[in-house]
Ligand binder design. Structure first.
Ligand code: G6P
Length: 608
């Protein structure tokens, strides 16, 4: 999604904001632009494609400016063209804004401005906002921004500059994240902390409908009605090193291999084996209410939704609380029934996915206890929940989620045990289960040794354009996740199915051209899954099985077997997903795809 970086201070603005948008490029974008104020004049450059194309357009006119901003655009309104790239300007050409979000009433605002005689150069909603701010401008940018934003329906994170006010950045948010980094005599405004951490770890997070007025001497925050708001300065948790490749070819590979460590971090201080219980500090304030909950609705998008499907299973098995997993985008619009004692638990790596946020709000407005499982500290979902649990797996940069997925599974496993122990699990049962969880990082480490085996399989099937992933029970969401990984980064069509459903249609697809990945660890669905493998084999299908170490029987049935360590049955998804992540990664590399920045995808989807 769109990235925003703005700088004011004593240093040269251009390299700082460019470096900033490069740090955000993992979020996905299709064009980029920059604006600086130099010698009382606004200088703007824009370009479609990669940031390097923008860099080629930079010249001495931007040199020496100490106030500037840059933007990466992920198209929503209007195609990927230079006129549609940000920054956008007002009629005077002195005011510029960059924007993330959607101005929903832009047509009405456009008609209003057209009547006032304004003309437009782009098809974007952002240009309308720029022109509207310009329309209200009477010598004070902050007043004009507030006035315009009071007229806006929709979401925005914006930064605005005016050539006549070379000492000011005005930033505002509703729905789209915005952070002000506080340095020594300098400030960086950005949509993501990744663009700030090389300058400072001190930040303020703007809340919805807040405006920040940032100068070289300090900053103020107000509401849209100009009432002052005081903000706490917070510390960004992660470091620059975590944002670098560290010897890996891609962030996705780095993040796959980080999983033993990221899972240890996720569990650190949270498992009390001796007492047979889980300590989740983030839930302390709501624990009484949570223990009594009658129903849990997990809501999420994409990979996080797959984690929810596993979580549903764990919570029902261990805590015996009815639990269901809903696509956030569906839940928010279906007029959901929320009875007394319902908990809505949003799962989101970024904490910014707009549908997940809206689903959480919907649940809370209808009286549910609103909880979150989030990776990104200080993100909007984390701030809007009544309580929650952070993943603590470190920043995830690769667009295809890997370590956040296993982190989400781990947190859900801990929440299930937390609830189970307080409802009916015995000390011994909980001890056994938590010992199994504590052993997972080592098992994941072992599963990572399948790297070269998965590369060989990916190479053998590199030309296959359709893949099927089958699993039952706990392995069904893993099948969905394996298929999603392959689609996202290698653009190969893949479908995940509950293995028994194959008979009801998809079996017609089976042929030697379609590899079928079957999740078949030793669990209580195992015999049934062997039956499904036979069904595939007898129709000429080629099976790649993910099986438990020591299972020799399966070697006679499947063409390839990837053995993963045997772990506690309920926790098997944490290890069976590892070879699927590697398979997708190698398939994408072999097909020459841009693994970390797959086409059309964004890391955090902040528009509907
Ligand atoms: C996007 C990403 C997916 C991710 C989904 C939910 O589609 O490309 O990888 O699973 O959003 O993101 P979240 O940050 O809410 O977990």
């Amino acid at each position: 999604m769109c990235g925003i970086v703005a700088y004011i201070g004593e240093r040269e603005a251009c390299p700082i904001v460019l470096e900033g948008i490069k740090r955000l490029d993992y979020r996905g974008y299709d064009s980029a632009g920059i604006a600086v104020v130099r010698d009382g004049r606004l200088v703007i450059r824009r370009s479609v494609g990669r940031i390097s194309a923008l860099e080629e357009k930079l010249d001495h006119e931007l040199e020496g400016a100490t106030l500037g901003m840059a933007h990466t655009r992920w198209a929503t309104h209007g195609g990927v063209t230079e006129p549609n790239a940000h920054p956008h300007t007002d009629r005077s050409g002195k005011l510029a804004i960059v924007h993330n979000g959607i101005i929903e009433n832009y047509r009405a605002l456009k008609a209003f401005l057209a009547q006032a005689g304004l003309t437009f150069e782009s098809q974007t909603d952002t240009e309308i906002l720029a022109k509207l701010i310009g329309y209200f401008y009477e010598g004070k940018l902050e007043d004009a921004v507030r006035k315009a934003l009071r007229e806006v329906r929709g979401t925005f994170g914006i930064a605005a500059l005016h050539a006549d006010e070379p000492g000011t950045i005005v930033a505002a948010r509703r729905g789209s994240p915005l952070i002000v980094g506080i340095g020594d005599g300098e400030y960086v405004v950005a949509s993501d902390a990744a663009a700030i951490v090389q300058h400072t770890s001190q930040v303020i997070y703007l809340s919805d409908n807040e405006v920040a007025i940032v100068t070289r001497d300090g900053f103020r925050t107000t509401t849209l009605d100009a009432a002052p708001v005081s903000k706490d300065i917070e510390e960004v948790e992660y470091t620059l090193r975590q944002l670098e490749l560290g010897g890996h070819q891609h962030f996705m590979a780095k993040e796959i291999f980080e999983q033993p460590e990221s899972l240890r971090n996720c569990m650190r201080g949270r498992l009390d084996l001796e007492a047979g219980r889980v300590v989740l500090g983030g839930l302390t304030s709501v624990s009484r209410e949570l223990i009594k909950t009658k129903r849990i609705i997990l809501t999420a998008c994409g990979t996080a939704w797959h984690a929810g499907l596993v979580g549903e299973y764990l919570i029902e098995q261990l805590a015996r609380v009815p639990c269901e997993t809903e696509y956030a985008s569906e839940f928010r619009y279906r007029n959901p029934i929320i009875e007394d004692g319902t908990t809505v638990l949003a799962i989101s790596q970024s904490g910014e996915t707009i549908d997940t946020l809206a689903a959480l709000r919907e649940g809370r407005e209808r009286g549910a206890l609103a909880l979150g499982i989030v990776n990104s500290v200080g993100s909007t979902i984390a701030r809007e929940t009544d309580a929650g649990v952070y993943l603590h797996v470190g920043p995830e940069i690769g667009v295809a989620s890997t370590k956040a997925f296993t982190g989400q599974l781990t947190v859900l496993a801990m929440i299930a045990a937390f609830l189970g122990r307080r409802r009916h699990l015995s000390h011994e049962e909980c001890f056994q289960y938590l010992s199994g969880l504590a052993a997972i990082p080592d098992a994941v480490e072992k599963a990572l040794q399948l790297d070269s085996a998965t590369r060989q399989i990916a190479a053998e099937f590199v030309d296959a354009n359709n893949w099927l992933y089958l699993g039952r029970g706990l392995q069904y969401p893993v099948a969905l996740e394996g298929a999603l990984k392959l689609k996202e980064i290698s653009y190969i069509h893949a479908e995940g199915l509950p293995a028994a459903e194959m008979k009801h249609g998809p079996i017609a697809l089976i042929s030697e051209d379609m590899p079928v990945v079957v999740l078949a660890p030793r669990d209580h669905w195992y015999e049934k899954v062997l039956g499904n493998i036979n069904e595939v084999r007898s129709r000429g299908g080629r099976v790649i099985a993910i099986a438990s170490e020591g299972d020799h029987e399966i070697a006679d049935l499947a063409e390839h077997v990837l053995y993963v360590p045997d772990v506690t049955e309920l926790l098997q998804p944490l290890v069976t997903v590892i070879p699927l992540q590697m398979l997708a990664y190698h398939a994408a590399v072999l097909r020459g795809c841009d693994v970390d920045k797959p086409r059309n995808l964004a890391k955090a989807v902040t528009v509907e």
